[in-house]
Design a protein around this ligand. Structure first.
Ligand code: FAD
Length: 467
């Protein structure tokens, strides 16, 4: 029987990072994925969605460029746009394949299933099955879209995010179930490409879980590109109409029911872990009721030689968290030591304008026993934001009053997902408001808003009134 030191199941960001790092540490590594490398992130998630967001944003930017004296009516060929998106995906997955090869990782296509403590069987797509013995295993099987009962994606008009990102063209109309980050990102894409979009959400706002002053500009901008929202509505069933459209039937939490007719229905109500096809009974591992693996700060499961990383190891289900965990698993599985630091895992929603956060909100900080001091800087006071014609939103920083240390930050506005990086470093390394405010930032840049928010918390802002 073939043998490997480190077996990695799943070739998404968690799995391929673990595999490459373990190989860099001189282990013999085998990576098994039923779908090729890249996982959800590269093939059906982060990358294709961001490619389409970039392209669709460009359409509306051109349409609104008349304020700068530019008059353009973009001609959009959605087919060519999709080809470009596919090319981006191919370049990235091809790059990961090459990196695995160059680092000496053996990549195998197939579905892995445990048969005992140190063995898996690998079922290839051609039907052949063979066994592989391993010393340590890293489970990185990710997650898949949750479905609403009765809304099967095997039915033609019903889509999940993976299928929506693989559409050949933009539907004329789309009903989206769920205003979480995936629902909002895809609604933004299709609305900007001319689709008539209605979003149905059971909560009373978009992006549940984010503070309302962050979500307000996002909802306003989405409405301005034609997205219609129905809040407090739960999808219960759908029916086909004679003209080829479908009707989504929803029940209101206040007793009012609605019907929305559209060409397609996109279900985007969240994701659930993939742990049920691994033959876990063979190694005596039991996931939680929700299907996640419980792990320690070394990413170890209840079995010392089995690690779990990424979406299958719990929230936040984000690619960079999967990578961070994959690297820790690789170090520990190959005899080294490493531990997770999860105070500064950023989140971002790549809508218009973007939202990004890291660490604690003001309310979280109070709940955690801190006495927080808060500083804000609005983008409408930023020279760079004005020159980019993107003045909506703000940077907010939260720090401990006694220590001045950054505990968290929230941003809504242009390039929020890039700006949060500096604040992530600050939170992770325990920088103070003075450290960031005292660092000279390039002018004119959006990052000056980060510096000024820290100055504002210190009562020293120059370009906005101090609190
Ligand atoms: P995955 O990437 O899901 O990879 C798991 C792999 O395991 C898959 O390739 C699967 O084929 C394989 N597998 C499963 N079971 C087996 C088995 N038994 N044998 C062999 N192979 C198996 N995150 C961000 O951080 N930023 C974003 O902007 C972002 N945007 C997203 C947009 C969308 C539309 C979606 C759906 C997700 C997005 N995410 C984003 C989430 C991100 O994609 C995931 O958090 C990330 O992919 C998780 O990585 P992973 O390695 O845990 O698992």
């Amino acid at each position: 029987m073939a043998m490997t030191d480190v077996l990695v199941i799943g070739g998404g960001p968690g799995g391929y990072s673990a595999a490459i790092r373990a190989a860099q540490r001189d282990c013999d590594v085998t990576l098994v994925d039923r779908d090729g490398v890249g996982g959800t992130c590269l093939n059906h998630g982060c990358i294709p969605s961001k490619a389409l967001l970039t392209a669709s944003n460009l359409v509306t930017e051109l349409e609104s460029a008349s304020r700068m004296g530019i008059y353009a009516e973009p001609f959009v060929d959605v087919g060519e746009m999709i080809d470009w998106k596919d090319d981006v995906v191919d370049r990235l997955t091809g790059g990961v394949e090459k990196l695995c090869e160059a680092n000496g990782v053996t990549v195998r296509e197939g579905t892995a299933r445990f048969t005992d403590d140190h063995t898996v069987e690998i079922a290839a797509t051609d039907g052949t099955i063979d066994e592989l013995e391993f010393e340590t295993a890293v489970i990185a099987t990710g997650s898949h879209p949750m479905s609403v009962p009765g809304f099967s994606v095997n039915d033609d008009p019903i889509l999940n995010s993976r299928q929506a990102l693989a559409l050949e063209g933009a539907p004329r109309s789309l009903a989206v179930v769920g205003a979480g980050y995936i629902g909002m990102e895809l609604s933004t894409v299709f609305a900007k490409l001319g689709t008539d979009v209605t979003v149905v959400e059971m909560e009373d706002d978009v992006l549940p879980g984010y503070e309302s002053d962050l979500t307000r500009p996002v909802k306003k901008r989405a409405e301005s590109v034609g997205v219609d929202f129905q809040f407090g509505q739960v999808a219960v069933e759908w029916s086909r109409e004679g003209d080829g459209t479908v009707t989504l039937h929803t029940e209101g939490t206040d007793g009012t029911d609605h019907e929305t007719t559209a060409e397609r229905i996109l279900v985007a109500i969240g994701r659930e872990p993939v742990s049920d096809t691994l033959g876990l009974e063979a190694i005596g591992l039991e996931p939680t009721d929700a299907g996640f693996f419980e792990t320690d700060d070394r990413t170890r499961t209840a079995r010392d030689h089995v690690f779990a990383v990424g979406d299958v190891a719990g929230e936040p289900m984000l690619a960079h968290k999967a990578v961070a965990e994959g690297l820790v698993a690789a170090e520990v599985a190959s005899g080294g030591d490493a531990a997770l630091h999860d105070a500064a895992i950023p989140t971002a929603v790549f809508v218009d304008p973007e939202i990004a956060t890291v660490g604690l909100t003001e309310a979280d900080a109070r709940d955690a026993g801190h006495s927080p001091v808060v500083g804000e800087f609005p983008f409408n006071a930023s020279g760079r934001a004005l020159t980019l014609a993107e003045t909506e939103g703000f940077v907010r920083v939260v720090a401990g009053e006694d220590t001045g240390r950054l505990l968290g930050a929230q941003i809504v506005g242009p390039e929020a997902s890039e700006l949060i990086g500096e604040l992530g470093v600050a939170v992770e390394t325990g920088l103070t408001l003075e450290d960031v405010a005292g660092t000279v930032h390039m002018h004119p840049t959006l990052s000056e808003a980060v510096m000024e928010a820290c100055e504002n918390a210190l009562g020293q802002a120059i370009h906005t009134l101090n609190r």
